[in-house]
Design a protein around this ligand. Structure first.
Ligand SMILES: [Zn+2]
Length: 329
């Protein structure tokens, strides 16, 4: 099954690369680049767990094409104080805190001294595992109805129910916790925090889907993750990223109550002076896929084109329109 999925993914990526080259040839990326290089416009990009070569290619492309990198504080000043930025500003963030980031992206970040914010789910760091990885790896230990597509199905449940199932998985006699888990350790975080261009933000405690949380769960996830990060790092935490990009509007008041200044989504638009600081868009670079496809993602060209293409094919084939696929994690 794993081999079959890998093969499917390979063919998907080959087709996507061909489509991306077509979009590049038609001038889509060139036009988007011009838009992002205008005054009053910030390019916001986020990664999860990219391989070294892909991340380096993105950074080299950005530098060669007139972009430069800004910190979270510079973005906050831009949004709240209208502090102008020179054209070509890019805000780069990483979600989750993947251990591989240490070897795959940190050498490039150090080489170019790029200001980076890592969004961390504090409870997952303490557990030494991401629940979504463990649920997929140990799906045979989950209730039978969740064993096919466990990640997608767990995302449909209330937060309380999802947490109960994950806790049961961790208590299962046949479950073995990973020796070298995927997340950063606290020691990794402290080591990174010593670098002046590295910052951290909250990604809740348990990497919850905020829209599946009851009001008091949401309050806990937003407050506790900030408190823990502040205890670990001894600095004020002002940034938040919505896990999986989901939000339903209840979050803003709670984020403000606990002193956050900005919150990042996965909507793909430029950041401008008009952007709501609690709905900061970010263009998603995929961990796999070609550089050509990811250049289209990085510049926010890919998703709008795919949505139009799907609408067109649904219309032509008279099929009901499917929901746009969300980027996991
Ligand atoms: Zn995440």
């Amino acid at each position: 099954m794993l081999e079959e999925n890998k093969l499917k993914r390979f063919f998907r990526n080959v087709l996507a690369a061909m489509l991306a080259l077509f979009l590049i040839m038609l001038g889509y990326t060139q036009r988007a680049k011009k838009q992002y290089l205008q005054n009053g416009c910030v390019l916001s990009i986020f990664f999860h767990n990219p391989p070294r070569r892909l991340f380096l290619s993105c950074i080299k492309w950005l530098k060669k094409n007139g972009f430069y990198f800004i910190s979270t504080q510079q973005l906050i000043d831009f949004l709240y104080l209208r502090t102008p930025l020179l054209p070509g500003a890019v805000w780069i963030t990483f979600d989750d805190g993947w251990k591989n980031n240490l070897t795959q992206v940190m050498p490039t970040i150090k080489q170019y001294q790029i200001p980076i914010t890592f969004f961390i789910p504090t409870g997952e760091i303490e557990n030494g595992a991401f629940w979504f990885c463990e649920a997929i790896k140990h799906k045979n230990l989950l209730p039978e109805e969740l064993q096919i597509n466990p990640f997608e199905k767990l995302l449909q449940l209330t937060n309380h129910e999802r947490q109960r199932i994950i806790n049961e998985l961790y208590r299962n006699d046949d479950y073995t916790s990973p020796e070298n888990g995927e997340p950063f350790t606290l020691a990794d975080i402290n080591e990174l925090a010593a670098l002046p261009y590295i910052g951290f933000g909250s990604h809740t405690v348990n990497h919850v889907v905020t829209t599946n949380c009851a009001r008091e769960e949401l309050d806990f996830e937003i407050q506790k993750s900030r408190l823990v990060l502040e205890q670990w790092l001894g600095v004020e935490i002002t940034a938040f990223a919505y896990p999986n990009g989901n939000y339903d509007g209840r979050e803003k008041a709670i984020l403000q109550k606990y002193g956050y200044k900005i919150a990042a989504t996965i909507e793909e638009h430029p950041v401008t002076y008009a952007t709501d600081p609690f709905l900061v868009p970010r263009n998603c670079v995929l961990d796999d896929g070609s550089f050509a496809e990811n250049l289209c993602h990085l510049l926010g060209v890919w998703t709008p084109f795919i949505i139009k293409l799907k609408r067109l094919t649904s219309w032509a084939l008279n099929l009901p329109q499917s929901q746009q696929a969300r980027t996991p994690y």
